[in-house]
Write a protein that binds this ligand. Structure first.
Ligand code: ATP
Length: 514
C-alpha cells in the first residue's frame, strides 16, 4: 500500500476508534487544532508519564515544574521571539495556497537525497554481496550528479538562511530550482515575507489599561525565569535539570499532516543547567540518552536518525533533531539544543536582576549554560500510532487491523470477555474486572461474537484479552490471548496480576533505560 494511503487510513482510524477528533467538528473544524478522544487521552497520558518518569524519577538531579501559559510580555522580547520568531512565507498566486519558503527548499533538497538513495539501492541490488557502497557513492556518475546538485543547493540555502534570512534569495532559489506548487502545479510565486508565529491577546479590561500578552510558543521560557527559584528552594547544584510538560501555541503558516503540525500543541521540555565549557560534553550525552528513550519502545532502530543543524538558531552553539520515519518520511520529533547562556543572560539584561548561580564548591558566580531536550507530545503520539498501525493478512484469508502499541503505552491493558451473556459468565467476568482494575486499566465487553470483540480490542491496541468460559466457573482459570501472536494460554485467575501487571507498566520501559 502507498505510504499516503497508509497515512489516510491512520487518520480515519484515529477518529473511528476515539483517538483523535478534529476540533469543533460540528462547525466544520478549526484549522490545525485537534481534540483527543477517550482512547487518545490515555495513550497521550502514558507517553507523558513515560517521559516524565524517565526524567524526574530516574535522575535525582532533575525536578519538574508547571509554569503558567501567560507570562510577562517582556519575556518574549528578551527571548527574541517578538523580533525573530518568524517563518518566511510565500504564496502561490494560482492555488492561493501559502507555503513556508524554507520548507519548499528543504523538500527539494530531500528529493535529491532520495534520488541518491534510490541509485544506491539499485546498485546494492545489482552487485549483491560484492557491493561496496562507499566506492559506488564516490564513482557512480548519476549519484555524483544528484549529490552535486544537492550540495550546491544546500550551500546556497544555508547561506540565505544565515543572512537574516535573505528573503529575495530564498525566492530566487525557488524560481531557479523550478519548484512548483503541489496544488496548482505552477511557478507563479509571490514575494517571500516574514510572519511572526506568536498568538497574542489582551490581558485586563480596557478601563484599567490592558496589556498585550502572548500565548507561549514554547514552554522553555517558564523554566528559565524560574531556574533560580528552583535551584535555591530545591538546593540544586549544577549540573541539574528542570522538566516541564505543557501547552504551546504557534500560528503555523502551513498546518498540514494531521497532528504533526498544530497551532495548539503540547511540549515536553527539559533544560539542563551546566557549567560553561562542559556544555558540548553534556549535549553529546543527552543526544544518546534521548535516542535510547525512543529506541526502548521497540519500533526498530532503523526508524530513527539524527539530523544535525547547520543553520543554528541565534541562541545555540550545537543542535540536532531526532527524526522518526513517519509514513511521509523522516521527520523531526525532538530537538536537542545547546542554548549557551543566551536565555539566562537575556533575562538578566531585560529584568535588571542578577540570576547568576553561586557555586559553593569553587566560590564562583556564573551564568550556567543550558542543554535543552524538547519533544512534542503530539508528534510523539503520531510516531507511535504510525509505527503501531498494521493491517495483517490472516491464514484464513481475512485481514485484521491491529495497533501494535508498546504494552506500556496502550490505553487499555486487558479486555475481559465473557464467552456468552448467560450462565453466570458475565458476573464472573465483572468480578475479575473489579479486582484487576486497581492494577491496570481493564475494559469489560460482552457485545457481539468473541471474534468481533477481539478485533475491536486489536484495533485499539489492547495487549491482552481474557475470556471467561464455563470451565472458569469450575476451576477459576481463563484463556489469555496475546494481541500480537494471537496465541492463547490457560491461566489461573489468581496469577493474572503477576503475569500482566509487570509487562504493561511504564516501569517495564524505564528499566530498559538504566
Ligand atoms: P519545525 O521545524 O517542525 O517547525 P521546530 O524546530 O520549530 O519544529 P522546536 O521549536 O524545536 O520545533 O520545538 C520542539 C518540538 O516541539 C518539535 O521537535 C516538535 O516535536 C514540537 N513542535 C513544534 N512545533 C509544533 C507544532 N506546530 N505542532 C506539533 N508539534 C510541534
Amino acid at each position: 500500500m502507498a505510504q499516503e494511503d497508509v497515512f489516510k487510513k491512520l487518520v480515519s482510524h484515529c477518529k473511528e476508534y476515539g483517538f483523535v477528533f478534529p476540533s469543533s467538528e460540528i462547525y466544520d473544524g478549526l484549522g490545525a487544532v485537534y481534540d483527543y478522544g477517550q482512547m487518545g487521552v490515555e495513550l497521550k497520558n502514558n507517553i507523558k508519564q513515560y517521559w516524565w518518569q524517565s526524567m524526574v524519577l530516574l535522575h535525582d538531579n532533575i525536578v519538574g515544574i508547571d509554569s503558567a501559559i501567560f507570562m510577562h510580555p517582556t519575556i518574549w522580547k528578551a527571548s527574541g521571539h517578538v523580533d525573530a520568531f518568524n517563518d518566511p512565507l510565500i504564496d502561490n498566486r494560482d492555488s492561493k495556497k501559502r507555503y513556508r519558503a524554507d520548507v519548499l527548499i528543504e523538500d527539494q533538497i530531500a528529493k535529491y537525497e532520495e534520488k541518491v538513495a534510490k541509485e544506491v539501492a539499485k546498485g546494492a541490488k545489482r552487485f549483491g554481496e560484492a557491493f561496496n557502497e562507499a566506492q559506488f557513492r564516490a564513482t557512480n556518475p548519476r549519484v555524483l550528479e544528484h549529490q552535486a546538485k544537492r550540495d550546491a543547493l544546500h550551500e546556497r540555502y544555508a547561506k540565505a538562511m544565515n543572512a537574516g534570512p535573505d528573503l529575495d534569495e530564498l525566492r530566487q532559489i525557488i524560481l531557479d530550482e523550478e519548484i512548483v506548487c503541489p496544488i496548482s502545479g505552477t511557478k507563479n510565486w509571490t514575494e517571500v515575507r516574514q510572519f511572526n508565529l506568536m498568538f497574542s491577546t489582551e490581558m485586563g479590561s480596557t478601563s484599567e489599561g490592558s496589556m498585550r500578552v502572548y500565548l507561549r510558543p514554547e514552554t522553555a521560557q517558564g523554566i528559565f525565569v524560574n531556574y533560580l527559584n528552583v535551584q535555591k528552594t530545591g538546593r540544586m547544584k549544577v549540573p541539574f535539570g528542570i522538566a516541564q510538560i505543557g501547552k504551546a501555541f504557534r500560528n503555523e503558516i502551513v498546518a498540514r499532516q494531521f497532528i504533526f503540525r498544530m497551532r495548539e500543541f503540547e511540549q515536553m521540555e527539559m533544560q539542563f543547567f551546566v557549567k560553561p565549557g562542559t556544555e558540548l560534553e553534556w549535549f553529546k550525552r543527552w543526544k544518546q540518552t534521548r535516542l535510547q528513550w525512543h529506541k526502548a519502545l521497540g519500533f526498530g532502530d532503523d526508524h530513527y536518525r539524527f539530523h544535525d543543524h547547520e543553520k543554528l538558531a541565534h541562541y545555540a552553539n550545537a543542535a540536532t533533531d531526532i527524526e522518526f520515519l513517519m509514513p511521509f518520511g523522516f521527520k523531526e520529533v525532538e530537538g536537542i539544543h545547546s542554548r549557551t547562556n543566551f536565555d539566562l543572560s537575556q533575562h538578566e539584561k531585560y529584568s535588571g536582576k542578577s540570576i547568576k548561580y553561586f557555586d559553593p564548591d569553587t566560590n564562583e558566580r556564573y551564568t550556567p549554560f543550558v542543554i535543552e531536550t524538547s519533544i512534542g507530545v503530539d508528534r510523539m503520539f503520531l510516531s507511535v500510532m504510525s509505527a503501531s498501525y498494521c493491517e495483517e493478512q490472516l491464514p484464513d484469508g481475512e485481514t485484521r487491523v491491529v495497533l501494535r502499541l508498546p504494552a506500556a503505552l496502550a490505553p487499555v491493558k486487558l479486555a475481559v470477555l465473557p464467552l456468552v451473556k448467560k450462565d453466570g459468565l458475565p458476573e464472573k467476568a465483572r468480578a475479575i474486572v473489579d479486582d484487576l482494575k486497581f492494577h491496570f486499566p481493564c475494559q469489560y465487553d460482552e457485545k457481539d461474537s468473541i471474534g468481533k470483540r477481539y478485533r475491536r480490542q486489536d484495533a485499539i491496541g489492547t495487549p491482552y484479552c481474557l475470556t471467561v468460559d464455563h470451565q472458569s466457573l469450575e476451576d477459576n482459570t481463563v484463556t489469555l490471548r496475546d494481541r500480537d501472536s494471537m496465541t492463547q494460554e490457560r491461566v489461573a485467575i489468581t496469577q493474572l496480576p503477576g503475569i500482566i501487571a509487570d509487562r504493561v507498566s511504564i516501569t517495564s520501559l524505564l528499566k530498559r533505560l538504566v
